[in-house]
Design a protein around this ligand. Structure first.
Ligand code: ES4
Ligand code: ZN
Length: 319
């Protein structure tokens, strides 16, 4: 039995497996620029974050109806459950769907239908976190937050994703201030390709409670000391880091060093359909490559629940 864990860094659009992409394309009359699932998988050779994002956004063209989003989320939850995930905090990218004329309501209601029965069907508790695309304008992010207002009963927080370098957290100061006023939890991708300074800025300017990736924090010892002291969790994604060339090989992943430093590190899958595995696969991969022991694996699982937005009483039940 895989160890029970919470998954805290998962883009639902990044769970779109080639088979489902082709099925949805056929259903929705969308033509994909690949002959078949094999040819599509062949394209999953990324050189950096942007080369992945280009494919990630283009494949989303198949997601049109609420049912499409329900099917997508249900497939993820089934896979996650098999790998020991008991709680999932799921990102979605509303702006990436709005450009195709798919409104917030369709996305949220579609995902919500799957999440509503996740506990019963898959034994997984869930939360939804809406991400802003940082390579779009702050005005667009603010309009997106505004469009989400009718759905805030289904959305617990906001995040920041997409192309990091050149789009520092401070660009979204006002958006995060408004999110805080609305009572939303705040996270942001930082220090994936961007520098440690972006992590610091996400904490200081956006008030984030948890850092997505945070891989490059090790470049700044003072920042590490602060993250340790304040128990700010990092949602690491080891297989993603290898596929997007943030590190050369998994054996070089600093996870072990991070745990030794006392950082609240967690292991997650990011975009599992694209990066070679789900949450349990990421656990297995780091265990093999880094030779993690039982104690370290237990710490990672414990950290995942501590770092979640579950309340303490809910946390105990999930574990
Ligand atoms: C993402 Cl790996 C990664 N980084 C930034 N934004 C993203 N959106 C989906 N996956
Ligand atoms: Zn991510």
């Amino acid at each position: 039995m895989p160890v029970p864990k919470a998954e805290l860094h998962l883009h639902i659009e990044g769970t779109l497996e080639p088979e489902l992409a082709f099925a949805l394309a056929a259903r929705n009359g969308v033509t994909l620029p690949y002959a078949d699932t094999e040819a599509l998988r062949e394209a999953y050779r990324f050189s950096d974050l942007q080369s992945f994002l280009d494919l990630y956004y283009s494949l989303m063209a198949v997601l049109r109806t609420a049912d499409d989003f329900t099917e997508l989320a249900d497939a993820y939850l089934a896979r996650a459950a098999e790998q020991g995930v008991r709680h999932a905090e799921i990102f979605f990218d509303p702006q990436a769907h709005a450009v195709r004329g798919v409104p917030m309501g369709v996305v949220v209601e579609g995902l919500g239908a799957a999440l509503d029965r996740a506990e019963e069907r898959h034994g997984i508790s869930t939360r939804l976190i809406m991400c802003f695309l940082r390579d779009e304008s702050a005005e667009s992010a603010m309009a997106t937050l505004d469009a989400a207002k009718p759905y805030l009963d289904r959305i617990i927080g906001v995040g920041l994703d997409s192309a990091e370098v050149g789009h520092p957290p401070a660009k979204f100061r006002e958006v995060y201030e408004e999110a805080a006023r609305l009572g939303l939890r705040r996270v942001a991708h930082a220090g994936e390709e961007g520098p440690a300074a972006y992590i610091r800025e996400a904490l200081d300017v956006l008030g984030v409670e948890r850092v997505d990736h945070g891989l490059r924090c090790l470049e700044d010892p003072n920042l590490v000391a602060r993250l340790v002291r304040d128990r700010v969790p990092l949602t690491l994604c080891p297989l993603s880091n290898v596929r997007l060339r943030a590190i050369d090989v998994l054996e070089q992943h600093p996870l072990r060093e991070m745990l030794s430093a006392g950082l609240v590190a967690t292991v997650n899958s990011d975009d599992p359909a694209y990066f070679g595995g789900y949450a349990g696969d990421n656990f297995d991969a780091v265990r093999g490559a880094l030779g993690l022991g039982e104690e370290e694996l237990r710490t990672l699982a414990r950290n995942s629940f501590e770092a979640s937005f579950l309340e303490d009483d809910e946390e105990r039940r999930e574990r």
